[in-house]
Unconditional design. Structure first.
Length: 301
């Protein structure tokens, strides 16, 4: 992905969303020709010259110091994810040696699958930063069966099942995700964050190209340049066999596998969702009995 274009569009989009009043600056006159802050106003707030800031916003972050990046981040009122994204874009603008592609993992070690299988009362699964599903426990396979069974997003001989492909390319996603609009917005923002961290991942570039070609909604979200962490929260799913489930989720990095995430879903005690997970476990056992090699059928390793 073009680093200079990413930098240019990200900084311009963040500048456009802040009014002088929000930045603590006087708004002279009511006929401003730019949306948000002017470049010279950002430069003033960041403590750099206007010429230097213009150079930054044109996409040249090479050599920008931590102090400069912090000043720009403060001026643009960036949140934690946006600050990390700016830092990642600056790293990618550095010497060629620091810009080598880092392929996302496509498999997990057997011991990680053993850990997943040892979690018996909560859906648990592993994904890479590209949102490929790499490993699941039986309850997660049951919970995400609409994704795994999807004709457009499920696993094939050449690729793993992918949740973001399901969200944007399979109409069933609007039924499965109760809060579909938020889920779709977050999915694109998480991919955009990864594009900043690893802009030369060929499979990520291919996925973004596929989604951009086939989904107008994805194009809109991608063009916003929003970025987001995915750490914890609520997820409401409408499962075809057990109905609606209102679940807590935690997304955790694996210290031994820093490019992988463990997603774990739980239900509050004594709630309909808790009963729903128990029903889902029974449904999963029945489903597995009818298919003794479910894992192979879905391409999950």
């Amino acid at each position: 992905m073009d680093n200079r274009a990413q930098v240019r569009e990200f900084l311009a989009s963040r500048r456009a969303r802040i009014t002088p009043g929000q930045a603590g600056l006087p708004a002279y006159g009511g006929n401003r020709r730019v949306k948000g802050l002017r470049r010279e106003e950002v430069a003033l707030l960041a403590g750099v010259s206007i010429d230097y800031y213009i150079r930054l916003e044109r996409g040249d972050l090479a050599g920008a110091s931590e102090a400069v990046l912090d000043g720009v981040a403060n001026a643009l009122q960036l949140d934690e994810a946006e600050r990390e994204h700016l830092q990642a874009l600056a790293r990618s603008a550095g010497p060629t040696a620091t810009r080598r592609a880092r392929p996302s993992p496509t498999t997990v070690r057997p011991v990680i699958q053993q850990v997943l299988d040892a979690i018996t009362e909560a859906p648990a699964w592993i994904r890479n930063a590209r949102h490929d599903i790499l490993a699941m426990n039986p309850l997660a396979r049951a919970l995400y069966s609409p994704v795994l069974d999807s004709a457009v997003a499920g696993a094939t001989a050449k690729r793993a099942a992918n949740t973001t492909r399901f969200i944007y390319l399979d109409p069933a996603a609007r039924e499965f995700f109760v809060d579909y609009d938020r889920i779709a917005t977050d999915a694109a923002a998480m991919l955009r964050l990864e594009a900043g961290r690893n802009p030369h991942d060929k499979d990520l570039i291919t996925l973004v190209g596929e989604l951009s070609t086939q989904s107008e909604l994805f194009r809109q979200h991608w063009a916003s340049h929003n970025v987001r962490f995915h750490r914890s929260g609520r997820k409401r799913l409408r499962h075809p066999a057990v109905g609606e489930l209102d679940l807590n989720f935690e997304a955790m990095e694996l210290p031994s596998e820093p490019d992988l995430r463990l997603n774990l879903y739980t239900a509050d005690p004594d709630t309909p969702a808790s009963d729903g997970l128990k029903l889902l476990a029974s449904w999963a056992a029945t489903r597995t009995a009818g298919n003794t090699d479910t894992r192979h059928a879905h391409g999950i390793r």
